[in-house]
Ligand binder design. Structure first.
Ligand code: 0T9
Length: 368
C-alpha cells in the first residue's frame, strides 16, 4: 500500500517512487541498451540482403526480435519487472558480443543526462558495416493502478554497404500488475521504421483483450516507397512468441519469426577489477550486493554515497562555470537527412539529437 501511495504521489517522477525492496533491481538503466543486439545474427542480417524490399523486411524482423529481451527479460529472469538503478551522469556501460558468424559487435552506452534521465548508445559491427545509434528517456504518468510510460528519443540503424538509414521510433508502455506486487510491461500505441529507401513499417501494439486477446500482440504493415496506402506485407502475432508474415500481393502466409526459439547471446563485459569507476557494474557493485540480499539500509547508504558525490560534482561544475563533458556523445543539431526521414515517418523532427562520436571512442580509454 505504501508503494501504491508513493506511486500516486510521484506525479510521474519515477526516481521519487520508493519501491519495496523486492521490486528493486541491481541493474542500471544504462545496461538496457544491450537489448538492441542480443541477437547479433538478426542485427547484421540486413547488410547481406541486396533487394531493398527484403532488406526492409529483415530490419523489421530484427526489430521485432529485440522486443522480447527489452520488455520481458526481467520477468523471465527475476519473476517480475524490477525498478532499475537510476544512472548517474557520465555512467557508462560497455561490452561486446563475440560470435563465430558475426565476429565482434560492440556496445557503448552512456548516461548523457541525469535530470531528466537520458541514455545514449551506439552498437556497431564493422565486419558487416552496420551501426545502431540512439538515445532514450522516459516520461511517466500515473493512473490508479497503472504506470504509463512514453519513451522519448529514437534509434537510427545504418547499413554502410547500401548507404541506407532506418529511423526507428520507440513504443509507449505501461506497467501492469502493480497492485499485486508483480509488475510487468505491456506495449501500446504504435511505432514506425522509416527507411531512407522509402520503405516504411508501421507497427501497432496491444495487450490482452485487443486484437487477439493475447498479451504482447502486434500488427504491422510494410509500405513500399511512393506513399501507397496499400501495404505489400502485413505481419501479426506476439512479439514474445510467434509472428506471421503475409504477402499482400499473393496472399500467401507463413510463420515469420518465433521468439521462443531464438536464443540471446549474452553480452561480454570486463571483469569488475578491470572496469573504470564510472562503469555501471563497478560503480553500483555495493548497491547491487545489498539488493541481492535485500539489505535496505545498505542499499540506502550506498546509493546516497553515489548521489552525494554527484551533487558535489555538479556544484563544482557550477562554480567553475562549466558543464559535465560527455565522453562519447554530443548534443548537436539534427542533420537534414535525418530530419527528412523523421518527416517521411510522419513525425516532427527533433532539433537537436545525441550523436555518437566514434573517433572519440576509438582513441579513448574504454575501447574493449
Ligand atoms: C529503454 C525499457 C525501458 C528503457 C525501461 C519504465 C522502466 C524504465 C525504462 C523503456 C529500454 O530500451 C526498454 C524497458 C523497460 C522500461 C522499464 C520498466 C519499468 O518498470 C521502469 C520504471 C522506471 C520502473 O521501474 C517503475 C517502478 C516500478 C513500479 C515498476 C517495477
Amino acid at each position: 500500500m505504501t508503494f501504491l501511495k508513493s506511486l500516486a504521489t510521484s506525479k510521474g517522477d519515477i526516481a521519487s517512487i520508493t519501491a519495496p525492496p523486492f521490486i528493486l533491481s541491481a541493474t542500471s538503466l544504462t545496461e538496457y541498451s544491450k537489448f538492441w543486439a542480443e541477437l547479433p545474427d538478426l542485427f547484421v542480417a540486413p547488410s547481406m540482403i541486396v533487394d531493398p524490399e527484403e532488406r526492409a523486411v529483415a530490419v523489421f524482423k530484427w526489430f521485432i526480435a529485440t522486443l522480447k529481451g527489452q520488455y520481458t527479460s526481467r520477468n523471465e529472469a527475476l519473476g517480475s519487472e524490477k525498478k532499475p538503478l537510476n544512472p548517474f551522469l557520465g555512467e557508462m556501460f560497455l561490452g561486446k558480443w563475440e560470435t563465430d558468424d558475426e565476429g565482434t559487435t560492440s556496445l557503448v552506452s552512456e548516461q548523457v543526462s541525469h535530470h531528466p534521465p537520458v541514455t545514449a548508445y551506439a552498437i556497431f559491427n564493422d565486419i558487416y558495416g552496420v551501426e545502431l545509434t540512439g538515445y532514450n528517456g522516459q516520461k511517466a504518468s500515473v493512473s490508479t493502478t497503472t504506470l504509463n510510460i512514453k519513451q522519448v528519443g529514437h534509434a537510427i540503424y545504418k547499413i554502410n554497404k547500401f548507404d541506407e538509414t532506418y529511423y526507428i521510433t520507440l513504443p509507449a508502455l505501461h506497467i501492469e500488475g502493480l497492485f499485486y506486487g508483480a509488475p510487468y510491461v505491456e506495449l501500446e500505441g504504435s511505432t514506425v521504421i522509416q527507411s531512407s529507401s522509402g520503405y516504411k513499417v508501421k507497427i501497432d501494439y496491444s495487450g490482452k483483450g485487443y486484437f487477439s486477446g493475447k498479451k504482447n500482440s502486434y500488427k504491422a504493415k510494410l509500405f513500399a516507397p511512393g506513399g501507397s496506402s496499400k501495404p505489400i506485407y502485413s505481419f501479426s502475432g506476439q512479439w514474445s512468441g510467434k509472428s506471421t508474415i503475409k504477402d499482400e500481393r499473393t496472399k500467401s502466409e507463413s510463420i515469420f519469426y518465433d521468439a521462443t526459439e531464438h536464443h540471446i547471446v549474452p553480452l561480454q563485459i570486463k571483469d569488475l577489477e578491470e572496469q573504470s569507476a564510472y562503469e555501471s557494474r563497478k560503480a553500483w557493485s555495493k548497491v547491487a550486493a545489498a539488493v541481492a540480499v535485500m539489505d535496505y539500509d545498505t542499499i540506502h547508504v550506498e546509493k546516497s554515497k553515489i548521489e552525494n558525490e554527484q551533487r558535489a560534482l555538479r556544484k563544482q561544475e557550477k562554480e567553475e562555470g562549466r558543464e559535465w563533458t560527455r565522453r562519447y556523445f554530443s548534443f548537436v543539431e539534427d542533420s537534414e537527412s535525418l530530419k527528412k526521414l523523421a518527416t517521411d515517418a510522419g513525425l516532427v523532427p527533433d532539433k537537436n539529437v545525441w550523436q555518437f562520436n566514434r573517433d572519440a571512442f576509438e582513441s579513448g580509454p574504454d575501447k574493449c
